[in-house]
Design a protein around this ligand. Structure first.
Ligand SMILES: NC(=O)c1ccc[n+]([C@@H]2O[C@H](COP(=O)([O-])OP(=O)(O)OC[C@H]3O[C@@H](n4cnc5c(N)ncnc54)[C@H](O)[C@@H]3O)[C@@H](O)[C@H]2O)c1
Length: 321
């Protein structure tokens, strides 16, 4: 069976009306696709509608779109508590809870309902694509499509091949991401954490090692990233950086530094201890830092404001720079 090409994808079904699903619905709808959002929870559907409404109002306030365009966009998005909507889609993306059992149960049913030529993808943050694919009927049409939170502000999408993913499916998912203004990359192997989370957690492990070894305080480590590495990494990747710094110098530094870096095989105390104490970060009011009162809301809104301004500098107002 031929897998649908990206240019032929007119209808997208999103499973999961949560943080990621609601945001992705707006992106597909903004690029002219009809979107059906399916969720098992009526409350989540209500929350999904609210999230879209909040984002649309913010967009109008910031002059990114007018009332009429927003109404048109929202008009392309429908919600349903029935998985039957998956059967009408050219492309199905799953954004449900991050649990292998839940995802396998979902896909066992969804891949029966989906049209045989539809492309199928999971937005798992790092569960094995092959593991999930074991439950998918005709897994050659199934791939990973890992978006980054908040998806309407961060354009990267990792497109991940499982062992049985067809090259055509990779092309469709990759080109579909491009067609909705994303910056996709191909991840050729189903490696844990794909690329983004491997890099992110390598840095977090070392950041905790630095603090636990008394080399610098948490606030200063965050400053090093925000005002140093982060600014650079918004323009250059690590290989480009090394080329400009000189591979002779980088190799000499790696020779004395690699052996000194953390190779911890389990989460260090400063993460695991807080986790055991129920300190989950902004959402619980306390994590590495404190978020009393409306601190969590303020932290998210400050992040989004900065990201928006940065994205505009890098990609222009329409995201194509
Ligand atoms: N939040 C992030 O930062 C982030 C980033 C990238 C990827 N992801 C991944 O995206 C997925 C969703 O994350 P989220 O943050 O949007 O979660 P969320 O908890 O906000 O939303 C999940 C939604 O899935 C629904 N759901 C659960 N089981 C379902 C089922 N069987 N069928 C239909 N709907 C079902 C829930 O009711 C809920 O509305 C996860 O796999 C997560 O790892 C999350």
């Amino acid at each position: 069976m031929d897998i649908i090409r990206a240019g032929e994808v007119k209808t997208v079904a999103i499973a999961g009306a949560g943080l990621m699903g609601a945001s992705m619905a707006q992106i597909f709808a903004a690029h002219g696709r009809r979107v059906a959002v399916y969720d098992i929870s009526a409350d989540s559907i209500e929350r999904g509608r609210e999230l879209i409404d909040i984002n649309q109002r913010a967009g109008i306030r910031e002059g990114k779109l007018c009332e009429a365009a927003s109404r048109e966009l929202v008009g392309r998005i429908s919600f349903s508590g029935s998985p039957d909507v998956l059967g009408a889609a050219d492309f199905v993306i799953e954004c449900i809870v991050e649990s292998m059992d839940a995802k396998k149960a979902f896909w066992a049913e969804a891949s029966e309902i989906a049209r045989p030529e539809a492309a199928l993808a999971t937005n798992t943050s790092g569960l094995s694509i092959n593991g999930i694919a074991a439950a998918v009927k005709a897994p050659e049409r199934f791939a990973g499509m890992h978006w980054v939170n908040p998806p309407h502000l961060i354009p990267l999408v990792e497109v991940i091949a499982g062992d049985r993913t067809a090259a055509e499916t990779m092309d469709t998912v990759y080109e579909l991401a491009l067609s909705v203004g994303r910056r996709p990359v191909r991840v050729r192997k189903d490696a844990k954490g794909f690329v983004l989370n491997r890099l992110q957690f390598a840095m977090l492990r070392e950041a905790m090692h630095i603090v636990e070894s008394g080399i610098a305080d948490m606030e200063d480590v965050d400053s090093v990233v925000k005002h140093g590495l982060g600014l650079r990494y918004a323009c250059l990747g690590p290989f480009e950086t090394a080329d400009l710094g000189g591979l002779d110098t980088f190799c000499r530094i790696a020779e004395y530094l690699f052996a000194d870096l953390s190779d911890a095989k389990s989460p260090q105390g400063m993460l695991a201890g807080r986790y055991r104490a129920g300190e989950y970060g902004a959402k619980s009011g306390k994590g590495f830092y404190g978020y009393p009162g409306d601190g969590a809301e303020r932290a998210v809104s400050e992040r989004d404001g900065r990201l928006m301004r940065l994205a505009e500098c890098l990609y222009g107002r329409d995201g194509t720079g």
